[in-house]
Design a protein around this ligand. Structure first.
Ligand SMILES: [Zn+2]
Length: 451
């Protein structure tokens, strides 16, 4: 296949959607692939038409002229992974400042480096994360950052789904605070429903310690007015809870609930330091908790009570957080960390089994963001990842979820589709020129890293 590069991006994807109905089938058939159907694992054939899964069957599927046919033998087909909390341009800061406290990390390294970022830096940093994400099976993200135009451009060109937001930081609703709210509104106006409906938006007051009460009220009102969710950081550190008790007189969960924040659908990253009462409240308010185990562990912030959150009925999704605190954007690694940390912390090998953590990385994330595939079934969006289970690191793969969560690596991911469009095909990225992206990032790094 011949491909044409435009500004570092392969001109491929959307033509597929426009071609062909009158010419011939542009369907995709995936043969002999392993899927999980309502708890039972089986080998099936899949057909994809017009971006949607139209058949999942153990019977043979008749191939039509123009179909793309893939041999799925030895592969596990799953709905694409949903990275429900990240800051994609932060791949630029991967490894910039490790093994130090969160406070020092933010004040002395990350925030000064972020001040120097340009729109182009953010664009290339975003593509770097998106390339890594596609290579490890992610089809959808929830992002919070600034320079949001550059992020939207990158997500759109990559062909992925994204719920994008501007991270509001303002202690008062003074002119600066109002400007921050306006920037958040602009993102909704400019991008909600863009990129063929693959981009949606959210409102993101950053955290309780970076936004004042009036700012929280204004952000919540804006989300309600625009019918978009809130995407926030919540109870990430013990220090945050202590700060909130001192300055707001309550824990972050209680303080924000008192303000009416959770009356709007909320995607809350971290939820590490929450007690049983707060967990019940999060469940009642339909807050999604996004577990970010690797970032929490690396920054020494502890581990979220995932088993308690799930058993209380909280929708728990999974996210990597930014690459500065992770240092990767790989949901396979995140699933493994999530399961192993719960088992270790609770001294219980039955805690957070492989199938459950895979559901957090797929269905629960798609539920929180309200788009994309929830499972491999007829009528679902064809957001599909194929993972090789016949590699040296996964055979004999007695149980595909065990192989996926405890053994597989990004190199086992061979194909990724979003809305029936290949973004990774047989190990090759089709929408991102990764050599150009690496060149641009390495070339710019000198201007970003502090001396
Ligand atoms: Zn974050």
């Amino acid at each position: 296949m011949r491909r044409h590069f435009i500004a570092g991006i392969v001109d491929y994807g959307y033509n597929c959607l426009q071609m062909g109905k009158e010419e011939q089938s542009m369907g995709i058939v995936i043969k002999n692939v392993v899927v999980d159907e309502e708890g039972s694992v089986k080998s099936v054939n899949l057909r994809i038409e017009d971006g949607v899964i139209s058949a999942v069957t153990e019977e043979a599927i008749q191939e039509l002229p123009g179909d793309t046919v893939i041999d799925g033998k030895g592969k596990f087909a799953l709905p694409g992974f949903v990275n429900a909390h990240t800051h994609i341009p932060m791949s630029l800061f991967r490894g910039l400042a490790d093994d130090i406290s969160l406070d020092t990390w933010l004040h002395d390294h990350i925030w000064p480096a972020e001040k120097r970022l340009t729109d182009d830096d953010v664009y290339w940093g975003s593509l770097l994360s998106l390339a890594e994400m596609l290579r490890s099976g992610t089809t959808q993200i929830a992002d919070m950052y600034f320079h949001t135009d550059s992020i939207a451009r990158a997500v759109s060109e990559a062909g992925m789904r994204g719920t994008l937001s501007y991270g509001i930081v303002a202690h008062r609703l003074d002119q600066h605070g109002k400007d921050e709210i306006s920037k958040a509104r602009e993102v909704v106006k400019d991008y909600h429903g863009s990129s063929h409906g693959r981009i949606r938006t959210a409102i993101s007051p950053h955290a309780i310690y970076t936004c004042g009460r009036d700012v929280w009220r204004a952000a919540t009102a804006l989300a309600r007015e625009e019918h978009v969710p809130l995407h926030i950081h919540l109870c990430e550190t013990r220090a945050e809870v202590e700060w909130s008790m001192k300055n707001w007189g309550h824990s972050p969960v209680t303080a924000l609930d008192d303000l009416g924040v959770f009356s709007v659908p909320t995607i809350a990253a971290h939820c590490v330091h929450v007690n049983e009462e707060e967990i019940r409240l999060l469940a009642q308010r339909s807050v999604t908790a996004v577990h970010c185990p690797k970032s929490n562990a690396k920054l020494g912030n502890g581990h979220a009570p995932v088993v308690s959150l799930l058993s209380a009925g909280v929708n728990v999704a999974l996210g990597t957080d930014g690459a500065a605190s992770n240092n990767s954007q790989d949901m396979l690694e995140e699933m493994r960390m999530a399961s192993l940390l719960q088992k270790a912390a609770l001294e219980d090998p039955t805690a957070l089994p492989a199938r459950q953590v895979a559901r957090m990385a797929t269905e629960n994330g798609a539920d929180a963001l309200g788009m994309g595939a929830r499972r491999i079934a007829v009528g679902e969006d064809a957001d599909i990842v194929l993972v090789r289970l016949d590699g040296v690191d996964t055979v004999p793969a007695y149980e595909p979820f065990s192989a996926l969560v405890y053994a597989a690596h990004a190199r086992n991911v061979t194909d990724v589709l979003v809305a029936g469009e290949f973004l990774l095909r047989d190990g090759e990225l089709l929408t991102i020129d990764e050599e150009r992206v690496k060149y641009e990032v390495v070339n710019r790094f000198g201007s970003i890293a502090p001396n």
